[in-house]
Design a protein around this ligand. Sequence first.
Ligand code: BGP
Length: 461
Amino acid sequence: MKQNFAFDPDFLWGASSSAYQCEGAAAEDGKAPSVQDIKTVPEGTADFTVASDHYHRYKEDITLLAEMKARAYRFSISWARILPDGKENAAGIAHYHDVIDTCLSYGIAPIVTMYHFDLPAALEAQGGWSNPAVIDAYADFARVLFREYGDKVPYFLTINEQNVMILAGAIVGTGGSGQSARQLYQRNHNMMLAQAKAMVLCHQMAPSAKIGPAPNINVIYPASSRPEDYLASRDAAAMRNWLYLDLAVHGRYNVYAWNILRQQNALPEIAPGDMELLASAKPDFISLNYYATMTVQASAPVMPGTAAADQQSVFHVGGHFQTVKNPHPSKTPFGWEIDPLGFTAVLKEVYDRYHLPVMISENGIGLYDTLNADGTVHDTERIRYYEAHIAALAQAVKEGVEVFAYCPWSAMDLISTHEGFRKRYGFIYVNRTDDALLDLTRYKKDSFYWYRDMILNQGRF
Ligand code: BGP
């Protein structure tokens, strides 16, 4: 495959991670447990105590990213390291100063996700996002981040994949199973308020930094050209995508989503001042995670409850839409659809709706990579995936979409949300398995060299 379009020389080619999935050191230097540390992990799947040992090896990892010519590193800050018990933890704060300074010493822009699926367990015990007190707890956390890092971090992402936490919280370990739709959308409303407070605070406390939301956005295809299926696809997009982004950008509920919530008896309670707060908070950009697309058809009025298998799959609302299999795209070994043209479509639709600059904070493929005796890892399928997706990104940019960063998932191998260490995403191989820690040595995969050369060629390959 060839891609001849030259991206802007300042384009931020990067890579991503999240604290709980790669750091380990789960109880070190004053860190308290998060919801991820207390969840039950199935037998034979790695837990989060050591993960990729990034907490101890971040210097080596960032040095490797520099060697890969990365211009950005998108990582998350562990809330439970910064405020383990509501009080500031100097060791946790110092750690992230050092991570950020290490990035800056290489000219790598640190892109900080403020919260990536790892609510402190102590807050969860008080009801988590169902308890409105967590809104202020998040604002307190945000204040520490902006005070400490606001003058050296150019981009903050408020909340990773809030829509996935609402639609598939049980799968990504953030809870919510057994909750009614009304309770879930109350949690959602509380997260929206927390995000709004963070955006306002960021602009007050860290004027040089920019801030935006980071949902997982899909294109939703109608299963056929039947008008009923087209309308179903619009409703599904309202519920999965635009509910979140309309609130983040315009400070108002998407009317079609609101209507569906009303029919489901799931309207959140809105306190005086909430809508004013939402309207006063403005993101500087939109960040999105893109992995797959979704296909729906019109659904019968009543749907039996179906449990989702993963965060990309089943999701339905009786009388509106239900997901169906799309026979066209190929699939990853873990069953996720590979749909690069869907990526072009997502970028165009998001830009068309919001006219804000776009960052890609995740995109990537989970594979069973093999380390060879000579230290090589031939992850050709990953290279093919990036070729197709970077070509799709170039297409969107050529057509006018303002994209300024691309941070694939993931920088180094780390623990998947629910499929362990065997599902690898990194440019950098980490020598451990689900069962054995081995020596955690880092190896450069073929994709590492491919990505480096692509960056040196301004996106051409
Ligand atoms: C997103 C999350 C990441 C990540 C990725 C891959 O939903 O933001 O944390 O892990 O998906 O998903 P998985 O780990 O389930 O393969």
